[in-house]
Design a protein around this ligand. Structure first.
Ligand code: BTN
Length: 378
């Protein structure tokens, strides 16, 4: 790795300042080389403070950067490395880099593509997958999307600097009947990552909306997931799945389009803390690496995943409106004019082992949904 990358790595791992001399010693380079690397990083937009007698410290920076994401990913891998077994100790339960996903020091950067602006990261990754040459675990991120896509044919508001917009390529080993579980798994990955970065719990609204609490203690949507399948042109089979994730990171009510004001929130508004998009991206990618490597055909694996999903779920036991064919419309439960779509009143009984929504109607009839949309009734 270049000195610049090494310096970035050290700074991203330290929560306190580190002197130029210490870094020079650690890297066996001159102090001038460290200073040059610091200047080059500053030139790229990294916010690095310097204090006499203390050294350099990486402050939060809002520049989305593949190198910074990779540095965070390496720190996460090191944090999670299992203790070496003592004698006949337990084998490590977590295998990094499983399933052909690069997870070894120094390899992460090559799987990450950070773009300034793109129509949609899902579309971009789909285009690349169609041409071949992108591996499982490839990630496309963009500072802004000009035509961000939401579920059910909706758009996803994706202004520059304010959100995290990323798409992850998965090569599923399981039957596509497990698609709902893949989506539920992605929601679990996001909920874990948001909690790790903000210190606050994230909630999930079936099937894959990420919710956070507002100052008024009401749940609001902070992000969503759009999972799309890519068909191999020659074989006609689905050979990859694109997991697209959009999360409102910073930004206040006024930054939101009018039709979603009062229903959406950013992580920063919800938690009162600034959110480092690079760190959030790294946490999500590491969680997705783990979750997409699971064997979804294995019943205990599915049960463990759904049990965790249920812990984040805000819908169980709640009265909801079900929109069976919620295609189109301006937002969840709203039509193009912003009026509520007709929905069927029901109470959620449970999330099934396959990620379906088990509901009961007022007349006592029950049904399990695997598609569609729900709105929570207050
Ligand atoms: C939803 O809430 O309906 C799903 C939103 C998914 C948005 C993400 S942003 C990154 C990726 N690219 C897209 O165009 N959409 C997904």
């Amino acid at each position: 790795m270049a000195v610049r990358d090494d310096v970035l790595q050290i700074l991203s791992e330290r929560e306190t300042a580190v002197s130029g001399e210490e870094m020079a010693q650690m890297l066996s380079v001159s102090r001038a080389a460290v200073w040059k690397a610091i200047n080059s990083l500053r030139g790229e937009g990294y916010n690095i403070s310097a204090a006499t007698n203390r050294g350099y410290q990486l402050c939060e920076s809002n520049v989305l950067s593949a190198r910074m994401i990779a540095a965070h990913m390496r720190s996460i891998s090191e944090r999670r490395l299992p203790e070496p077994p003592a004698g006949d100790g337990e084998p490590p339960h977590f295998v990094h880099g499983a399933h052909g996903v690069p997870g070894v020091h120094g390899e992460e950067d090559s799987r990450l593509q950070v773009l300034g602006s793109v129509d949609s990261t899902n579309e971009e990754l789909k285009r690349q997958a169609a041409l071949g040459g992108v591996e499982a675990g490839a990630v496309v991120l963009a500072d802004e999307q000009t035509a961000g896509k939401g579920r059910l044919g909706r758009g996803f508001h994706s202004p520059g600097s304010l959100g995290l917009y990323m798409s992850y390529l998965m090569k599923p080993r399981c039957d596509l009947s497990r698609a709902l579980l893949i989506t539920a798994g992605a929601a679990v990955a996001c909920a874990r990552a948001v909690r790790s970065v903000t210190g606050k719990p994230a909630a999930v609204k079936w099937v894959n909306d990420i919710y956070m609490k507002s100052a008024a203690d009401e749940y609001r949507k902070a992000g969503g997931i759009l999972t799309e399948a890519v068909t191999n042109f020659e074989s006609g089979h689905i050979d990859s799945v694109i997991i697209g994730i959009g999360i409102n990171c910073t930004g206040v009510e006024d930054d939101l389009p009018e039709d979603i004001r009062g229903r959406a929130i950013s992580l920063a508004s919800s938690t009162g803390k600034n959110v480092d998009r690079n760190r959030l991206a790294a946490e999500i990618i590491k969680e997705l690496d783990e979750i997409t490597a699971l064997d979804y055909d294995d019943e205990p694996v599915r049960r463990t995943l759904i049990d965790e999903y249920k812990k984040y779920s805000v819908v169980t036991g709640r009265d909801v409106l079900i929109h069976k064919n919620a295609y189109g419309g301006a937002g969840p439960g709203l039509d193009d004019g912003g009026d509520p779509l007709p929905g069927i009143a029901a109470r959620v009984l449970d999330i099934t082992a396959d990620g379906g929504l088990h509901v009961a109607y007022p007349d006592g009839a029950e049904e399990i949904f695997t598609t569609g949309e729900i709105t929570l009734r207050i």
